[in-house]
Design a protein around this ligand. Structure first.
Ligand code: SF4
Length: 349
């Protein structure tokens, strides 16, 4: 059995301070601008987090939310507690970046903030570019968080993506570009990438070329498209050194298996549940097609890191360091951050 496992857990924390029109937290899993989460959801979250911390292996976890994690002090309290557990290598939070300056202090007070990894997505209708970049840089420089600045590409926001990439480079921050999804297309069994992604809908080839030109990773996009269309013959390590936990505690090899209701491994909240991960690293994928979440398809054999230290993020594949201007605080702190991150994850794959 492997000694290091990555987990993607989507919790029901809902409160968010933004109102993005393309937010994918909708319907039963809608974010809220008013309320955080019902008591029942919070109790379930607490139990699932305790179960995760109790695993007999080292863990890197993407602790996802429906809302903005930094809007919820109870959520941050549990995230901080997780970072104090010796078997937790990193806790990755997906954030809009707006509350980092105010709320990272809680994680520092209550936990080990250097284990916090931030996937910070820029939402240009809700926050200025300068404030966003300033906040993420603060997290990286002041607290040593591993941070990635993430942009979402839609048909009409090319200028904003260009500006974001430039600002991230100037600040010495990692940059990633993802394809923006249309929240109104069904995310169920028959998902098709061309339907879900507005920039691919009308001019597919142009959309991919455009994304690469603007900074998206070409290899990753290629696998993204292939994994959506045809997984036959694909070998994958999901279910061995990675698995997915849904809001209600159901455990699956990956989120695509959950969407298909395929081969559920059990439920964390059931008495006597024992997680059985596969012994061999590579096993055939039985999903057929439709693997569209990066946390999942990064486990396909052709993209998995072989013999290299893994980054403390489930979404980051570019292992080059961001370049900060010589002699700036950013260059010094980035080196410190990476040293800590490298030590935490060295040799895990
Ligand atoms: S390729 Fe995708 S759908 Fe198939 S097992 Fe791996 S993560 Fe799951």
């Amino acid at each position: 059995m492997t000694d290091f496992v990555r987990i993607w857990y989507v919790s029901a924390q809902r409160l968010c301070n933004f109102r993005c029109t393309y937010c994918v937290s909708i319907n039963d899993y809608a974010k809220s601008n008013k309320a955080d989460w019902p008591e029942e959801d919070r109790e379930r979250f607490n139990k699932i987090v305790a179960w995760i911390a109790d695993r007999p292996f080292r863990i890197g976890i993407r602790l996802a939310t429906l809302g903005e994690p930094f809007a919820s002090r109870p959520f941050l309290g549990k995230a901080a507690w997780l970072t104090t557990r010796p078997n937790i290598d990193f806790v990755e939070l997906l954030t809009n970046g707006s509350l980092l300056k105010r709320r990272l202090a809680q994680l520092d007070r209550e936990g080990d903030v250097t284990k916090i990894s931030l996937w910070a997505t820029y939402h240009p209708t809700e926050i200025s570019l300068s404030r966003f970049i300033d906040s993420v840089r603060f997290a990286q420089e002041r607290y040593g968080c591993f941070a990635v600045v993430n942009g979402l590409l839609f048909p009409d926001n090319e200028d904003s993506v260009v500006e974001l990439k430039r600002a991230a480079a100037e600040a010495g921050l990692r940059f990633n570009l993802d394809l923006g999804y249309d929240p109104l297309t069904p995310h169920g069994v028959l998902t098709r990438l061309d339907d879900m992604v507005p920039i691919l809908r009308d001019q597919h080839e142009d959309g991919i070329a455009r994304a690469i030109r603007l900074g998206a990773a070409a290899e990753l996009l290629e696998v993204n498209v292939a994994a959506m269309r045809d997984l036959r013959g694909g070998l994958c390590s999901a279910g061995h050194d990675y698995f997915y936990i849904g809001i209600r505690g159901d455990v699956y090899r990956c989120s695509r298996y959950q969407a298909l209701g395929k081969d559920r491994l059990g439920n964390v909240l059931d008495d006597g549940f024992e997680l059985q991960l596969s012994d061999g690293r590579w096993t055939p994928c039985g999903a057929g097609f439709g693997c569209g979440n990066k946390e999942d398809f990064l486990n396909l054999r052709r993209l998995a890191a072989e013999g290299r230290p893994a980054a403390p993020s489930l979404g980051w594949i570019d292992r080059r360091e961001p370049t900060a201007p010589e002699g700036t605080d950013a260059s010094v702190m980035t080196a410190k951050t990476m040293s800590a991150a490298h030590q935490r994850t060295e040799g895990v794959h």
